[in-house]
Write a protein that binds this ligand. Structure first.
Ligand code: SIN
Length: 485
């Protein structure tokens, strides 16, 4: 096996089907969002390659499921160890296609390895139950079995972690997987496949189909229409999630969806303001604001509003913007022109509606898709910035007077992924924590992500949970046996 010394040693550009690299004549360019330069040309797959991936996964699934749980777990844990061992080149590859600062790229690789490791351990704990019988001459048990062949469609904002969050539980319970990574960041998924092969993942257990533009609906259709694929796990936009869920209905597939958010970030008058500002930086500027759990509406109680804003302004002014490998960089570029255009539109709309721009507000005058870290005050609930996910480095601050008003405004959205609240009042911690209509609430913290926790949303932010023991259940079917004596 070749030594992995640089990100180039992890660079694969063909689809990964049944344990082999499959070239296609049509290719698409993956670019570096910090420069616009092409990093690699990747295979465009369609219905044929997706069909081959599904067939490979179907062929491999019975033997994979028949392996002892501890053996499947050991493969996953070896895979995790390889991610950690090659963290530097893998993070560099990831940053080249995604743009995030290297420190965040390294953090993401550790996060991604964590899912493989955690679910690798958990594989041996997926058990059923013996149920007290309903008849003296019968015994009743419930088994947990893998759903079978599954598919994962994953986003560009965490190209490694959003994929291993699905690979971990799927492979732990005995499912096999067909993955379709985002067109902006297929290289990380292909590198993960190469490391999986080294870890001993058998042929056909994990497959990657790549594509761009018009390929996505074709690949999506091949997955959703297939009766062989029994589950689809999707992380991405609410719009696409709804479409995929509707398509999956035709074959009554299981669907897990982690969709868009519109996170409120509440700062009460009893909060530790320095901690609240530190938490805002994490919840808002991680991955340049391109996370589904990003603080989208920062709402501050009137009596502490100005003091908080002053400290936040100082903290944002200190954030260095640049390419992933520039020293001290904290904020990278936006992923593509569409992302940039959206951020510009939301900021312009807020400005026109009366919000004041205290910092930034413009694209930076340098190559690449950089938007200046931005701070706006007087953002009101009617502005599009309060209604749509910005997915950019834009801190939008508004004001509230009472706890009741804060809760009402926080819940006034069709999204329900993550929310945040800063307060030192223990009663308020419980009242607000329970009243927020969200799947996840960070209280006195701006960081809530980890393999051990149930990650997911309510309302239009999704279905199901990923990570934790709750996240494993969605990849299994409960089968009941009634045994006559
Ligand atoms: C996301 O943005 O979809 C996931 C973020 C995370 O896992 O922290």
């Amino acid at each position: 096996m070749t030594t992995i010394a640089s990100w180039r040693d992890l660079l694969h550009t063909d689809a990964y089907l049944d344990g082999s690299w499959r070239a296609t004549t049509e290719r698409f360019a993956v670019d570096d969002p910090a420069t616009g330069e092409t990093v690699a040309e990747v295979a465009r797959c369609g219905a044929t390659e997706t069909g081959a991936a599904i067939a490979a996964a179907e062929q491999a699934q019975p033997a994979w499921a028949a392996m002892l749980a501890r053996e499947r777990g050991a493969v996953l844990r070896r895979w995790a160890a390889l991610l950690n061992e090659h963290a530097a080149p893998l993070a560099e590859l990831l940053c080249r296609e995604n743009g995030k600062p290297l420190a965040e790229g390294l953090g993401e690789v550790a996060y991604a390895a964590g899912f493989l490791d955690w679910f690798g351990e958990q594989a041996r704990r997926v058990d059923g139950s013996v149920i007290p019988t309903f008849a003296a001459d019968k015994r009743v048990v419930a088994l947990r079995q893998p759903v079978g062949v599954a598919a994962a469609i994953t986003p560009w904002n965490f190209p490694a972690a959003m994929l291993t969050r699905k690979i971990g539980p799927a492979l732990a319970v005995g499912c096999t997987l067909v993955a379709k990574p985002a067109e902006q960041t297929p290289l990380t998924a292909l590198a993960l496949a190469a490391l999986g092969e080294r870890a001993g993942v058998p042929l056909g257990v994990f497959n990657v189909v790549t594509g761009a533009g018009g390929d996505a609906p074709v690949i999506g259709e091949a997955i959703t229409a297939s009766p062989v694929v029994r589950k689809l796990s999707f992380t991405g936009s609410t719009e696409v999630g709804k479409l995929l869920a509707a398509r999956c209905a035709a074959t009554v597939k299981r669907v897990s969806l982690e969709l868009g958010g519109n996170a409120p970030f509440l700062v009460f008058d009893d909060a530790d303001l320095d901690a609240a500002v530190a938490g805002t930086l994490v919840a808002k500027f991680r991955n340049s604001g391109q996370t589904c759990v990003a603080a989208n509406r920062i709402l501050v109680q009137r009596s502490v509003h100005d003091a908080y804003l002053e400290r936040l302004q100082a903290a944002i002014s200190a954030l260095a913007v640049g390419r992933f490998d520039e020293p001290g960089v904290a904020v990278g570029p936006l992923i593509d022109d569409a992302g940039l255009a959206k951020v510009r539109r939301l900021v312009d709309d807020a400005r026109a509606g009366g919000a004041a721009v205290l910092l930034g507000g413009e694209q930076l005058d340098r190559p690449g898709r950089f938007f200046a870290p931005t701070l706006l005050r007087d953002v009101d609930p009617a502005m599009s910035l309060s209604c749509e996910e910005a997915f950019g480095p834009v801190a939008a601050v508004g004001v509230f007077d009472t706890e009741e008003e804060a809760i009402l405004r926080a819940n006034d959205t069709r999204a329900g992924l993550a929310a945040y609240c800063y307060t030192r009042d223990v009663g308020r911690v419980w009242r607000v924590g329970e009243a927020l209509e969200y799947g996840m609430v960070g209280i006195n913290t701006g960081f809530i992500s980890s393999p051990e926790v149930p990650f997911g949303g309510v309302k239009e932010s999704g279905l199901g949970r990923e990570g934790s023991q709750y996240g494993i259940e969605d990849w299994t079917e409960v089968k009941y046996l009634a045994i006559g004596l």
